[in-house]
Design a protein around this ligand. Structure first.
Ligand SMILES: NC(=O)c1ccc[n+]([C@@H]2O[C@H](COP(=O)([O-])OP(=O)(O)OC[C@H]3O[C@@H](n4cnc5c(N)ncnc54)[C@H](O)[C@@H]3O)[C@@H](O)[C@H]2O)c1
Ligand SMILES: [Zn+2]
Length: 258
């Protein structure tokens, strides 16, 4: 199944009799490129998303792209947002591949599809192998997720899919990076253009901006009182900082709502 089935199964495997072996058979693009790899297994609680969980690695992840043939377009796009993320944080050639194709072509061209799944898994596995418990490097996987989670939560997890919210979050992080002088207009535009190429959103609507801002400060990825931002320095390179003025964040949120 998708990330929900994988997470529930993984969490039960981690806790039943203090742990039994399990394998992942992901059938959504998001699960194939992201949630099935890395060993984070969690379930939601009324108090918060992914609040009860563990780090628990599967014995095997078996990915068959043929399962994606029945996947609805909106779910394809949710996974592709994470693939765009991998390109921006770690792999310019993956980003270029995505910038030069589109969803309809990817669904036909099995070789390109295999390539993006393989590259995504390799990036996630490499980052997780270096920092399994997320004390440093693994945090770069949260690129686009700071604003993304705030939007997802402000939309009660129904207005935007995870990938749509992450797409808006990546556009926001790029704008923020430009404001703090980490990247120029070219990088910012390239990120937006690739997101838009797939029909994913780069703005939100129908949400209260101050509510989105409030949710930002409730994120569990905070460092003390400060938000730890993952921002692009170029395509394929990101870095982290807690040094972003609240006024810049507010201006970017206003732009995203525009
Ligand atoms: N553990 C992690 O590291 C991690 C990372 C990212 C996301 N997640 C979690 O993953 C979940 C999102 O995963 P998701 O996007 O796969 O959503 P999902 O599991 O809800 O699946 C999306 C929809 O697609 C359907 N579906 C699954 N496979 C299908 C197929 N082959 N054909 C047709 N329909 C199919 C499902 O029934 C569901 O309705 C969230 O709960 C998120 O918290 C976990
Ligand atoms: Zn994600």
């Amino acid at each position: 199944g998708g990330g929900v089935v994988g997470d529930i199964t993984g969490f039960i495997a981690a806790t039943y009799m203090r742990g039994i072996p399990f394998i992942q058979l992901p059938t959504t693009l998001l699960a194939q490129v992201d949630s099935s790899v890395g060993g984070k297994v969690a379930v939601n609680h009324p108090q918060g998303k992914n609040l009860i969980g563990a780090f628990y690695q599967p014995k095997l992840v078996l990915i068959d792209p043929a399962t994606l043939e029945t996947l609805p377009v909106r779910e394809w796009l949710s996974g592709l947002a994470e693939v765009i993320k991998y390109g921006v944080i770690r792999d310019e050639s993956l980003f270029d591949l995505l910038s030069g194709t589109e969803l309809a072509a990817l669904r036909q061209d099995k070789a390109s599809l295999m390539k993006i799944i393989q590259k995504s898994c390799a990036i996630k596995a490499e980052v997780v192998a270096a920092d399994e418990k997320e004390t440093g490097l693994r945090m770069i996987l949260n690129f686009g997720h700071t604003i993304g989670h705030a939007i997802e939560s402000a939309g009660a997890y129904t207005k935007y899919t995870h990938g749509e919210a992450v797409a808006i979050g990546m556009a926001g992080a790029a704008k923020l990076a430009r404001r703090v002088g980490w990247c120029g207009e070219r990088v910012c535009n390239a990120i937006e253009k690739t997101i838009l190429r797939y029909g994913l959103p780069v703005r939100f609507s129908g949400l209260d901006t101050s509510q989105v801002e409030g949710r930002l400060y409730h994120d569990k990825k905070k460092e003390g009182d400060k938000i730890r931002w993952v921002l692009p320095k170029g395509i394929g390179t990101v870095d982290m900082t807690t040094d972003v003025p609240g006024s810049a964040v507010r201006e970017v949120l206003a732009e995203l709502a525009g």
